[in-house]
Each structure stands twice: as structure tokens, then as C-alpha cells.
Design a protein around this ligand. Structure first.
Ligand SMILES: C[S@@+](CC[C@H](N)C(=O)[O-])C[C@H]1O[C@@H](n2cnc3c(N)ncnc32)[C@H](O)[C@@H]1O
Length: 253
């Protein structure tokens, strides 16, 4: 059997596929066998991705007070992203995690569950109302012993961490995108050797795909991306193009 015969179930268009054609599941190449209506693709994708999760609705997992101003879906991480954080924590045997951007504390709860009873999550949130709601959510879900919430601007907190010689196994950056560029070095400094940095929303709703980002947020994320691109090759890193883009960087031992 020659190569063409053994792959005869594959449409001939696939022979012309380039890498950019297969980044996202809804691109024609990767959805070639989907028989449903295109309008139903996202819903079917969600059904299948959620089907393997331990819980398909975060409100079934956690007893949550939500912010009156925004729905969780407007500001918080998506369900797969939250479970992905837990996989990373378990994979990296993370015991200490730093989160920038708590919002109402949902990603913090996922991190706290994954680090286990002996682990510690420090989370920084500038908003007072969000901090109060998050604290309440930690209490209601019995996680307050594993979580330290600092209600402050991250930029004013990091110098004290550096001078105290703090070192985290994992840093999850999910705060104001406009300051990603200036936060990268101080956060990388307090990541322990061998640690993992996760940066959320690196596509910035499409703005970082422009040659020149058009918003302060986009410019902030682009500044971080440029710094990461300039790291030596032993700082292994990847952007996973799911959701709004997740960047992972490992710091060499
Ligand atoms: C995208 S939300 C975080 C979502 C949360 N990590 C989750 O997935 O459930 C970003 C949060 O960062 C907070 N934030 C923005 N600028 C900040 C700063 N300079 N310092 C600390 N927190 C900040 C915002 O108030 C907001 O609650």
C-alpha cells in the first residue's frame, strides 16, 4: 500500500495545509469532518471540551457570591482555562503560587484546591469590592487557610516580595494588561528556578495580532511578548491559542 492509498480517507485539500491553518479547531482544516451547521460549532466544541472536565459548571463546584457589576464570564477565566491551571499545578508539583488579578476569586479557588492543604496561594487584587467578595468566596468554600489575599496595586507589592527574597513555584498573571510589560521582570525575578509563569489573555482580544496594537492593553501585552521572545532558548515557552491565548514560560533551574 502506498502513502496515498493509506491516507485515502483524508481529503486532498489537506496536502496543501500550512501551520497557520491548524491553530484553531474552527479553521477549515481542523473542522473538515464536522457535519453540523457552522453556527453550532462553538456550542459543540464546548460540549466536547466540557465532557471530560470534573465539573462542567463552576457554580456547581463552588458556592459563589458574584460581582453585581460584571458577570463572571465577562472578566474571569473560561472553564477549560481554570482546569488547565490545575493540571499545571499538579504537573509541576506547585506548592506556592502567586496570582495577579483575583477578581471574585474563582481562579484562586481552583489554584488553592490544586496546591492541596499544605500549599499556599497569594493573590493580589486592586479592587476593594472584588477583594471583599473574593474573601467571602474563600471562606464559604473552606479555602481561606490556603489563600492570602492582598488588596493592593500589584506594582506597589512586588518590591517588598523581592526584598524579602520570596520565591514562588508558579506565577499566574491575569491583571491589567496595560502593565504586563513592566510587570514581567519583577514577576520573573520572584519565580523560583524551575518555576512556571502563566500569562493569560496574550491575544488581548485580537489587539496583539495587529502589527501595532491599538490600545494601551494591547501595547502592554506586546511589550511582555517582546521580552519573552528575547529570552534565551533554555527558558522554554509556548503560547497555547485557546481562549484569549495562554503563554507559558519555564525558568531554567
Ligand atoms: C481578568 S480579572 C481576573 C480574573 C481571575 N483571575 C479569574 O480568572 O477568576 C483581572 C483583575 O485584575 C485586577 N487588577 C487590575 N489592575 C490591577 C493591579 N494593578 N493590581 C492588582 N489587581 C489588578 C482587576 O481589578 C480584576 O479584578
Amino acid at each position: 500500500m502506498n502513502v496515498t492509498e493509506s491516507n485515502s480517507f483524508l481529503p486532498s485539500e489537506l496536502s496543501r495545509v500550512v501551520n497557520a491553518d491548524r491553530l484553531l479547531p474552527n479553521q477549515p482544516t481542523l473542522s473538515i469532518f464536522f457535519k453540523g451547521d457552522r453556527d453550532t460549532f462553538a456550542a459543540r466544541l464546548e460540549t466536547v471540551t466540557n465532557s471530560v472536565l470534573s465539573v462542567a459548571n463552576l457554580r456547581d463546584k463552588w458556592d459563589l457570591t458574584e460581582a453585581p457589576s460584571f458577570s463572571y464570564e465577562a472578566l474571569g477565566s473560561d472553564l477549560s482555562g481554570l482546569h488547565f491551571l490545575q493540571v499545571l499545578v499538579r504537573l509541576g508539583n506547585v506548592r506556592t503560587a502567586l496570582e495577579v488579578g483575583t477578581y471574585i476569586g474563582v481562579s484562586t479557588l481552583f489554584l488553592a484546591e490544586a496546591v492541596g492543604p499544605d500549599g499556599q496561594v497569594v493573590t493580589i487584587e486592586v479592587g476593594e469590592e472584588f477583594s471583599e467578595i473574593a474573601r467571602e468566596n474563600f471562606r464559604r468554600n473552606g479555602m481561606e487557610a490556603r489563600i492570602e489575599l492582598i488588596n493592593s496595586d500589584v506594582a506597589s507589592v512586588l518590591p517588598s516580595f523581592t526584598s524579602a527574597g520570596k520565591a514562588f513555584d508558579m506565577v499566574f498573571l491575569d491583571g491589567d494588561k496595560g502593565s504586563y510589560g513592566v510587570l514581567f521582570e519583577p514577576l520573573y525575578t520572584i519565580l523560583r528556578p524551575g518555576g512556571l509563569m502563566v500569562v493569560d489573555d496574550v491575544f488581548c482580544n485580537g489587539d496583539t495580532l495587529n502589527e501595532m496594537p491599538t490600545s494601551d492593553k494591547g501595547r502592554g501585552v506586546k511589550a511582555l511578548l517582546d521580552k519573552v521572545a528575547a529570552l534565551p532558548p533554555d527558558h522554554t515557552r509556548v503560547i497555547l491559542p485557546f481562549g484569549n491565548g495562554q503563554l507559558l514560560i519555564t525558568k531554567p533551574e
